[in-house]
Ligand binder design. Sequence first.
Ligand code: NAI
Length: 287
Amino acid sequence: MTVKKIAVIGGGTMGSGIALTAAVHGIDAVVVDINEDQLARAKDYHAKQLARSVSKERMTQVGADSAAAKLSYVTAMADAADANWVVEAATENIDIKKSIFVQMYETFGKSVVLATNTSSISITELASVIPDAADRVIGMHFFNPVPVMKLVEVIKGEETSSETTASTLKLSEKMGKIPVPANDRAGFVSNRVLMPMINEAFHAWADGVAEPEDIDSIMKLGCAFPMGPLRLADYIGLDVCKDIMMVMYNGLDENPKYLPSAKLVKLVDQGYLGDKSGRGVYNYDKG
Ligand code: NAI
């Protein structure tokens, strides 16, 4: 099966990156978001990224124009119904995702793969709301920033067919990525390992072990990380980090080691979500 057009459900940080990556690799991509402002931001992000690629001579103007022409933006899922692949990249909340999966099942053709970019939610549980199509549901977990990061973590649910898996591996490669399999346990591999470390950095800050800049410098210089855990949390989105910890807490026997730190929860409650809100652990308004 040739993937001609991808519908990306959710046009935030990840959805906009997935759509851009598809378009740059010659696949039509329609971004679906209920929030019109978010669609405008996605469009603006695409224009800036393509212009930057041209100015850095990573892409010709003709290539950038061709990618831009492959991108479209809609608020109603029904207006994306001609896509023959779907990647859900909406808010990391199981109830929101379940209702989106029912809508996806009703909207798209009966042979279309319904992939999800969830960071942590069980694929089998998401598929359980559409039992007739559970063989077409799969985890296709891209990393941030999508145009740059090579990995796609591929997660099969209990009912995922081998055809769906094979097509997902093929599409990932067509999008310039390296797919690696992981099993369907909350957080998969990437966040099962990464998020407790980020969460521990918040505990260390709250316990007065060091200030955020020093925690990040120590982890960068001492562990050769490209950015420290608190800076990375801002980049990912503090709300997303909190949501992932809660999914792991609920999905891994309510083990208290997965509870988000009080410091992280407080920042989210205050609306400090990281880069996307201009302030998180660090204040980006002040540079
Ligand atoms: P985000 O908060 O930037 O974007 C989520 C978008 O979903 C928002 O624009 C929102 O309007 C939209 N949305 C909510 N309900 C919707 C609906 N019913 N229909 C259409 N759109 C809807 O979130 P982000 O960071 O892009 O995360 C999206 C998914 O990707 C989550 O599952 C997250 O766990 C996962 N992810 C996030 C990474 C990150 O670094 N931020 C990395 C890898 C995966």
